[in-house]
Design a protein around this ligand. Structure first.
Ligand SMILES: Nc1nc2c(ncn2[C@@H]2O[C@H](COP(=O)(O)OP(=O)(O)OP(=O)(O)O)[C@@H](O)[C@H]2O)c(=O)[nH]1
Ligand SMILES: [Mg+2]
Length: 332
């Protein structure tokens, strides 16, 4: 489509309609708008959000180099073979030291350039006003409303915001690699809490089955010897894949479908609430921060930040004082 004209609302409506009609350039523009938090993005989400909810949102997280991008590429191949459409939001690590290839490079090798059933968007993991969770879940909503069957969100599971991104999905897959050793235990504990499915990737490496067995033991409720008893409430399945060859990927897809089918019962309201909370929290922070930076309060905000920087006051007291100042401004 040509560059839409008019007010932000008009441009947003035009872009949203075009994206829903399958216009990839319009979709790309919308995603850029979402990433830059523009007025057009906000208006477009107003239109698109009520139309979203049909896609299966799958978070894929795990430590750097576990094979997330390789697995996403394998899942794309599997999904396309089954005739399903797939969009990917890949939060690429901002540091190149992990040795992991960017998803874009991986998938370019398989060339889906002419396939309308695949759309991949990489986002930098730094500098998201309102938080990574808000940006990536908004991008997911754009894909969802544009009719993709499944939206994969790849994030490196190292920080809180990445965990939030994963937790905002309908189904969260946590990836581990067999040889990662003890230092990953700490990451594991935090990450495993958000896992619906745990995947030990690099199944071709020695120790993969043993790692899977250890994880199964770790995830079993205490006192429960194996199977059967009690409400097997939220014990994640543990699977082994070899993303490089595609081995285990059909089983993972089946597990994803099962989780989704189950989720339409009782798990979904909680997952949807978690997603809503992550999104609203991100926008709230952004809005509050914008008001604090506006002319009326910028002076007070600066002074408070200076005071914290000098250690004259602590961040909690400064935040409370700024919230009080916001409140006073409201009643004026
Ligand atoms: N042996 C083996 N290597 C794999 C497998 N899957 C991925 N790798 C390799 O592991 C390395 C990292 O893979 P990526 O897919 O980039 O991992 P990632 O988790 O996306 O990494 P970051 O995005 O940097 O966090 C690459 O060299 C892959 O080729 C596998 O199943 N077996
Ligand atoms: Mg990656």
């Amino acid at each position: 489509m040509t560059e839409p004209v008019g007010t932000p609302a008009e441009r947003a409506a035009a872009l949203a309609a075009a994206a829903r009609a399958g216009d990839r350039r319009a979709l790309a523009r919308l995603l850029t708008a979402v990433e830059n938090h523009t007025a057009v993005a906000e208006q477009a989400l107003r239109v698109l959000y009520p139309l979203a909810g049909g896609a299966h949102l799958v978070g894929i997280t795990g430590p750097p180099g576990a094979g997330k991008s390789t697995l996403v590429a394998a899942l794309i191949a599997e999904l396309r073979a089954a005739g399903r459409t797939v969009a990917v939001v890949a939060v690429d690590p901002s540091s190149p030291i992990t040795g992991g290839a960017l998803l874009g490079d991986r998938v370019r090798m398989q060339s889906y350039a002419s396939d309308d059933g695949v759309f991949i968007r990489s986002m930098a993991s730094r500098g998201h006003a309102g938080g990574l969770a808000a940006t990536s879940t908004s991008a997911a909503a754009v894909f969802d409303a544009s009719g993709f069957d499944i939206v994969l969100l790849e994030t490196v599971g190292t920080g809180q915001s990445e965990v939030e991104v994963a937790a905002a999905a309908d189904t969260t897959v946590v990836l581990e690699a067999p040889e990662m050793g003890d230092e990953v235990q700490a990451i594991k504990a935090g990450l495993l809490e958000v896992a619906d499915i745990v995947v030990v990737n690099k199944g071709d490496r020695p120790g993969a089955q043993r790692t899977a067995a250890q994880l199964r033991a770790m995830l079993a409720p205490p006192g429960e010897a194996g199977r059967g008893s009690g409400p097997a409430a939220r014990r994640p399945e543990v699977l082994v894949t070899t993303a490089m060859s595609g081995e285990g990927v059909p089983a993972l897809l089946a597990a994803l479908d099962r989780h989704r089918a189950r989720g339409s019962g009782e798990a979904t309201p909680a997952a949807r609430r978690a997603r809503a909370a992550a999104q609203v929290r991100g926008v709230l922070v952004e809005r509050l921060w914008a008001r604090l930076a506006a002319p009326g309060l910028a002076g007070a905000t600066d002074a408070a930040l200076e005071a914290v920087a000098r250690h004259d006051t602590d961040p909690y007291a400064a935040a409370d004082a700024l919230l009080a100042a916001l409140g006073r401004e409201e009643t004026r």
